[in-house]
Design a protein around this ligand. Structure first.
Ligand code: MLT
Length: 410
């Protein structure tokens, strides 16, 4: 008799951003005349830069000509893109990577979820709290967690590492042994960062405990401060314990294009039974070649153009635009008396909700009274309760208008 994967019934009813969309759709239905400003999901609003558009046009022309047409591409990405990634994202920071350590994909969301395929179900995971919901949900689906506890608002068999005001948003090393550690810095949702010294402690911990770090650096392009690491591989020894995820979504406005990549170093080896070690690069390669058919040629040509001189200049302008939005939100809210974090090395502003309100109550109040959509902190985990996330990815006009509305008496 057919049986379902019952782990799905352990999940919260909706994916966080789907739940927000539903609430906004319900509100709009009853209030069609309200001008809603959406600063909820971290979706970009500026169009693709001209260098990318030009590269795509050329690629489309190639696809129209039988001499240059491309069918299936390489499973792990075209060399023209991988070489640029190695040169521009890593070599320029003193990190040496080989071509077969990079896997081009349709984005960091899928990769951070799919990577669970290559690890045993027995592994214990550690996530920061609050956290990007995909890491937890994908482990719930594959059965690596226990049941949800309504009282603690946590899943059993998961180590939650608080990232809160009281510890300056620096997670503490777990006291119990954990096997898979998810770190995302610059952090989604808090917008905070770790120093290289902080990261070194994690690399050392992973080495001592035979653990693996899954490092999501999707927001590295938004780093403005000098001492903030862009890649975990800036830390010595990280190649032996860390997988890194990158995305063109936020860096180059590819949320609707879908392209990212994952680095699985060959030095990352895991002990199996008899003390023998196995390289998990091969496992990921095998997984991808079976379950994924690569990113379209046109999209990879677009991604390649991000690394051209013009492309770099143009995406930098967009990043600066969003970071100016971040500054406007941060300063506006601070002036109005809010306690605000993030917004300096990340496009997210993490604010404390006014006393007496929960994160979801604040969400409802903002939607109903100010017609602004944000993301309730508790949607990212129990320690997010009492916080709220706004994104800097809106238009300048909407950002200014949102700050104006937010700073007026409620
Ligand atoms: C977010 O809002 O946290 C992100 O946009 C979600 C994502 O990148 O998938």
């Amino acid at each position: 008799m057919i049986k379902v994967n019952n782990n799905f019934s352990k999940l919260q009813k909706n994916y966080l951003f789907a739940e927000i969309s539903q609430k906004v759709a319900d509100f709009t239905k009853i209030n069609p005349d309200k001008k809603i400003i959406k600063l909820g999901i971290g979706d970009v609003t500026k169009p693709l830069v001209p260098a990318v558009i030009e590269a795509m046009h050329k690629a489309v022309e190639e696809m129209a000509d039988e001499k240059t047409f491309k069918g299936y591409g390489p499973d792990y990405g075209y060399d023209f893109l991988i070489n640029k990634i190695i040169e521009c994202d890593y070599k320029s920071r003193g990190i040496d990577l080989k071509k077969d350590e990079i896997f081009v994909s349709d984005g960091a969301k899928s990769d951070t979820a799919n990577i669970t395929d290559i690890f045993s179900i027995d592994n214990k995971i550690a996530i920061t709290d609050p956290v990007y919901p995909v890491y937890l949900d994908s482990n719930i689906m594959s059965g690596r967690t226990g049941e949800y506890n309504e009282f603690t608002k946590k899943y059993e068999n998961v180590t939650y590492m608080k990232v809160i005001e009281e510890n300056s948003f620096v997670p503490e090393l777990p006291k119990e042994g954990v096997d898979i550690i998810y770190l995302c810095f610059p952090n989604n949702p808090t917008g905070t960062t770790l120093t290289k010294d902080d990261l070194k402690k994690w690399v050392d911990y992973a080495k001592q405990n035979n653990a693996v770090i899954l490092y999501d650096s999707a927001y590295e392009a938004y780093i403005t401060e000098e001492n903030v690491p862009h890649s975990i591989y800036e830390v010595e020894g990280a190649r032996e314990v860390a997988i890194e995820f990158r995305s063109f979504s936020k860096t180059a406005g590819f949320t609707g294009m879908r392209c990212g990549y994952t680095v699985v170093p060959k030095d990352l080896k895991i002990a199996i039974g008899s003390g023998e070690k196995i390289g998990i690069n091969e496992f990921w390669a095998r997984r991808q070649s079976t379950k994924f058919n690569g990113v379209s040629y046109v999209t990879q040509k677009a991604a390649e153009a991000v690394y051209s001189l013009e492309g770099q200049k143009q995406i930098k302008e967009n990043i600066n635009y969003y970071m100016e939005n971040a500054r406007i939100i941060k300063q506006g809210l601070e002036k109005a008396g809010y306690t605000v974090y993030g917004g300096i090395n990340a496009p997210y502003i993490w604010l404390k909700v006014p006393k007496g309100l929960s994160s979801w109550e604040f969400f409802d109040k903002l939607l109903e009274e100010k017609n602004i959509v944000g993301t309730p902190g508790s949607g990212f985990g129990p320690s997010g309760e009492g916080y709220f996330r706004l994104t800097a990815f809106g238009s300048r006009e909407n950002t200014i208008e949102a700050v104006k509305r937010l700073t007026q008496e409620m």
